[in-house]
Ligand binder design. Structure first.
Ligand code: FES
Length: 113
């Protein structure tokens, strides 16, 4: 099956990526673009470790196919900090020592933003 070119923004940066039609947004953002904040936990939409914000809406990126992100704006945990400054949510996690193992922390921070 031929790859498809998609254009979308991640954390304000424009990207053009050739994707297999069955790639998920999670695979594309992690493997093709190197944003490793979102993680694959369950892969079935239940755990939320892969959370991203797409056009202002919180989604589970393991269930969204990459071609569906064409023309959209995606935000990952890497996009919470601005100008090198952590967001108030990230600072609150640091202040409270709320890290647990850290695997799903990026998604939790995104959920509480
Ligand atoms: Fe668990 Fe996506 S990996 S909801």
């Amino acid at each position: 099956m031929p790859k498809r070119i998609i254009n979308f923004k991640v954390n304000g940066e424009a990207h053009e990526v050739a994707v297999e039609p069955n790639w998920t947004l999670l695979e594309t953002v992690r493997e093709a673009l190197g944003y490793t904040g979102p993680k694959e936990g369950c892969g079935t939409g239940d755990c939320g470790a892969c959370s991203m914000i797409v056009d202002g809406r919180l989604i589970t990126s393991c269930l969204m196919l990459a071609p569906q992100a064409d023309g959209r704006e995606v935000r990952t945990v890497e996009g919470l900090a601005t100008g090198g400054e952590l967001s108030h949510v990230q600072l609150a996690f640091i202040d409270s020592g709320g890290v647990q193992c850290g695997y799903c922390l990026p998604a939790i921070a995104l959920h509480t933003t």
